[in-house]
Design a protein around this ligand. Sequence first.
Ligand SMILES: C[S@@+](CC[C@H](N)C(=O)[O-])C[C@H]1O[C@@H](n2cnc3c(N)ncnc32)[C@H](O)[C@@H]1O
Length: 249
Amino acid sequence: MTEYLTNESKRRWNEFADDYAQMTKKYGDLHKEILLTPNLLTLIGEVKDKTVLDAGCGEGYLSRLLAGNGATVTAVDFSERMIELAVERTTEEDIHYGQANLENLSEFTEGQFDAVVSNMVIQDVSNLSAALNELYRVLKIEGCFVFSILHPCFITPESRWEKDEQGEKLYWKVDDYFKEGQFEQRFGTKDRVFAFHRTVSTYINTLIKTGFTLEEVVEPKPSRDQIEKHPDFEEDLRKPDFFVFKVKK
Ligand SMILES: C[S@@+](CC[C@H](N)C(=O)[O-])C[C@H]1O[C@@H](n2cnc3c(N)ncnc32)[C@H](O)[C@@H]1O
């Protein structure tokens, strides 16, 4: 079953890759630029002269930022089209790109990387334990793994704004939180891409079972300055869309 889901997920990401890449600028799309990229870079810390794996790199914007900060970056994605786009877009940095499913990173050796980063990918993997085990294996002892996901408490399969008759947003509705499983995200070119809803306890307990130690978590929210510049982000103070983990081997 997970093999079918992984193949179908990869097919959808390949189909969506060009449109997704179009939305991605130097620091990601606006949500990433404001909420995710600064938090990920802060949590990962100094990367100069470190070996970093960008797991599920997409078109590679974060890999390029890390390489620009002095890291030796290896970046993988299971979508061949994403990797083609990442290679095309990487004109100045020396990044080793490759196609790989995070559930099987057999081309990398145990303890190969000083740090691993994964931006908005882990909620997409069909076999969470397999992916976390592989990322743990390729990380050095004491190395950190920083990753962001859709917030498991708020972005659930049926979550949405409830609106009044004038279309004003009344509140964000969440239901069926404990029903884990595959669902379709809100974007995709023809077929919407997959994600897997899991509870917070599933994430934390799977991390612990894998051997990771929890170091820090962040629920990103915009600053007042950012809201002044981008007023639409006011609603991001009502509920977080993302959850960021820093764990250590
Ligand atoms: C939301 S995009 C994020 C891309 C990139 N990290 C970024 O921040 O722009 C999710 C990416 O994860 C990749 N992906 C999903 N499941 C994967 C898996 N099992 N193994 C490797 N890559 C995967 C997709 O192809 C896609 O490029």
